[in-house]
Design a protein around this ligand. Structure first.
Ligand code: 13P
Length: 341
């Protein structure tokens, strides 16, 4: 393992003004997104859609540091035969790959999940590296509900995240460690804060036990935020203040960067929250976005599967990328959104 090189990649992934595009929807998830815009989820349509994003020159060269790909995409070629990975590299962004294989029910723990994919991971990482991937992602899912999460779910998921992270570093790939506490429930922000604190503490404990070099990883957490169904919705300032307090308590400064998931927040909320956190700086790590839905909802709607809408899709993507790029410096204002509308 070359830690200097891993640290260089991790630092580039969270460079100020840039963030990560999570375009690693599994076949099931992208089908759901395509259903919503009336597009059939064929291999060609998935390729055309992602090619549209990766050829968005303004977004990719100025505001996107890296792209998380799904296995199908990393092996796909653009219409003209150029591998999609090369398009990403040519724009100056770093290709990454989702390597977990989704979740399964956790035995003895009703309603809870464990992430799969450790078997043969070392071999898979080798082939992904050869194809150009320089970072990877593994997502653990923790749900909040009555009596959950259990310590069992937190513990097995943290263990798997650390196993994955160590295998990545041994393969010279930067692991994005993503323990996602879902925002789907009716819990308030303080419950989210408390659960996320337990999850992050356990995750870093496992990372240490398994000798993962913190300098060569990126953390992808949820924000401390109210559950979607909670009658008590926290303000942007409260989310920012509680998230930063939480991260300062749990994330060592040796970690080069933190890149949030959007988790079901609206496009503008996700941007406003990141921006407000930067108003509370200086911060000990790079702090940016690794959004899926909050970067792609607008371009998906504008594109709607039609070749004549590619320019509109790219412009919608570039707008969101620029807004989040500004937020990653604390330079975003909501008036910039109105101007674009
Ligand atoms: P969202 O931003 O849509 O939550 O997706 C990010 C991601 O990569 C989840 O694993």
């Amino acid at each position: 393992m070359n830690l200097t090189e891993l640290n260089k990649v991790a630092t580039a992934m969270v460079a100020s003004g840039k963030g990560i595009l999570a375009a690693d929807e599994s076949s099931g998830t992208i089908k759901k997104r395509f259903d919503a815009i009336g597009v059939e989820s064929t291999e060609d349509n998935r390729r055309d859609y992602r090619e549209m994003l990766f050829r968005s020159r303004e977004a990719m060269s100025q505001y996107i540091s890296g792209v998380i790909l799904y296995d199908e995409t990393i092996w796909q070629d653009a219409k003209d035969g150029t591998p999609l990975v090369r398009l990403i590299e040519q724009s100056g962004a770093i290709p990454g790959i989702k390597v977990d294989e989704g979740t399964q029910a956790l035995p003895m723990c009703p309603g809870e999940l464990v992430t799969m994919g450790l078997d043969r991971l070392a071999e898979r990482l080798k082939t992904y590296y050869q194809r150009g991937a320089r970072f990877a992602k593994w997502r653990a899912v923790i749900d909040i509900g009555s009596g959950i999460p259990s310590m069992t779910a937190i513990s097995v998921n943290a263990h798997a995240l650390a196993r994955y992270a160590a295998l990545c570093q041994a393969a010279q790939i930067v692991p994005i460690v993503e323990p996602e506490v879902l925002m789907d429930g009716d819990h308030d922000i303080d419950r989210c804060h408390e659960v996320t604190q337990r999850v992050l503490n356990k995750t870093f404990q496992e990372l240490r036990v398994q000798r993962v070099a913190l300098e060569g990883m990126v953390l992808k957490p949820n924000m401390a935020i109210s559950g979607k169904k909670s009658p008590k919705q926290a303000s942007v300032e409260e989310v920012a203040e509680k998230t930063i307090r939480l991260l300062k308590a749990c994330v060592p400064a040796a970690v080069p960067g933190i890149a949030f998931l959007s988790g079901g927040q609206s496009d503008e909320e996700a941007t406003a929250h990141l921006n407000a956190m930067h108003k509370l700086g200086p911060l000990p790590w790079g702090l940016t976005f690794s959004y899926g839905r909050a970067l792609q909802a607008a371009p998906q709607k504008a594109w709607a599967g039609k070749a004549e809408n590619v320019a509109a899709g790219q412009s919608a993507f570039s707008h969101r990328a620029r807004m989040n790029g500004l937020a990653s410096r604390g330079e975003w204002q909501s008036s910039l959104e109105q101007k674009a509308a």
